[in-house]
Design a protein around this ligand. Structure first.
Ligand code: GLA
Length: 363
């Protein structure tokens, strides 16, 4: 990818890469203050940069038919409103680190878009890195989370954190407030298989509204349960967490009940990985999917069908991954069966190994 970028921008002085991610478990927990357990993947977003002689920032892609370019005068970066295009994700970062002189950015990517594999946060993180050195990665993850609000999603911080902190060979348990990561080695005999349902999980339009609605519902549930601190579900006292069935609004009760259960599953999944217990890990994924489908209502019939297909084809467990509303499933299986499982899940299926986090290199 590096050589394609340099071909597209021969004067490039810097090339950065930020990975996409697969979340093993801990879905819709991050914005509630609970941990997640993702791994970075060896698919990512690359950006090459080169100085320009005028006071303009030009952002273009190596695939201009799909991702049209935009030229923004430096003086207008801070005031550019979101336009509903892919460039918004670049501007989300750049407006916080505006270039002091003209700059050309060329973007390339290998993360399937609208799949629940976090191509958009990888783009935000890559744009941050394109603007300068990294510094404290956990702090930058938090800044990138807040920056991404520019596009209108109230996302919780998992995607930006794993893109920056990912470690080869490891999943990361990521805690929030503040962001901190604990490495959890992936047992070599457990494989992670991801497959696309064919339904786009757009991070815009109705899916964004539905995602943000979940954030608000969880905050409302937390309030009703008497949360202290920041008013998140993680701030609800342990003794009150069993009171979800008493909430007047049954929907809020189901949302909160799912989140509390999923948070416990993250802890259990860390133990299952550390002891190499695939059957337990698989059951945790299955339980997560049931909760996401029935209580959190973020699955999709095509995704449910694919989850079933994965289990029938030998997965120990499978579930919808990412925000949901379409996109991919993640399944776990014995390494020896991964090839067969991938083949059973169709042409858009991959076996992913945990990859390293973002990097910035001089050309
Ligand atoms: C999106 C958000 C994340 C997280 C997931 C669901 O990917 O960006 O912060 O909330 O959805 O787990």
């Amino acid at each position: 990818m590096r050589s394609r970028l340099i071909e597209a921008l021969p004067d490039a002085t810097v090339v950065v890469r930020a990975p996409g991610r697969v979340n093993l478990i801990g879905e819709h927990t991050d914005y509630n203050g609970f941990p997640v357990l993702p791994m970075a993947i060896d698919r990512g977003i690359w950006i090459a940069t080169a100085p320009r002689g005028d006071a303009t920032m030009v952002v273009r892609s190596i695939d201009p038919a799909k991702y049209p370019a935009e030229a923004i005068p430096l003086a207008e970066i801070a005031s550019r409103p979101p336009a509903g295009t892919w460039i918004d994700y670049v501007v989300a970062a750049v407006r916080r680190r505006p270039p002091v002189a003209g700059l050309e950015l060329v973007v390339a990517g290998t993360v399937p878009a609208e799949a629940g594999l976090s191509s958009s946060s990888a783009l935000v993180v890559a744009a941050f890195l394109a603007m300068g050195e990294v510094g404290d990665r956990a702090a930058l993850a938090e800044e990138a989370r807040l920056a991404e609000r520019y596009v209108g999603t109230l996302s919780g911080g998992m995607d930006q954190a794993i893109a920056l902190l990912g470690m080869r060979g490891h999943a990361l348990r990521i805690d929030f407030r503040p962001v901190r990561a604990t490495a959890v080695e992936m047992p070599p005999d457990i494989a992670v298989v991801v497959a696309h349902s064919g339904v786009q999980a757009a991070k815009s339009g109705a899916a964004r509204e539905a995602y943000n609605a979940r954030v608000h519902e969880c905050m409302a549930a937390a309030r009703e349960l008497g949360a202290g601190g920041d008013g998140l579900l993680a701030d609800v006292e342990l003794s009150r967490r069993t009171a979800v069935h008493e909430l007047d609004d049954a929907v809020l009760g189901r949302r909160a009940g799912y989140v509390f259960a999923e948070a416990r599953r993250v802890e259990e999944a860390v133990h299952a990985l550390r002891s190499g217990n695939l059957p337990v890990l698989g059951e945790l994924l299955n339980a997560s999917h049931r909760g996401l489908r029935d209580d959190y209502e973020v699955s999709h019939p095509a995704v449910d069908a694919l989850v079933k297909r994965a289990r029938a084809a030998g997965a120990a467990g499978a579930r919808v991954v990412g925000a949901g509303f379409g996109g991919c499933i993640v399944a776990v299986c014995e390494r020896a069966r991964a090839g067969d499982l991938r083949a059973a899940l169709g042409p858009k299926a991959w076996v992913f190994s945990p990859a390293a986090g973002a990097e910035r290199n001089a050309v």
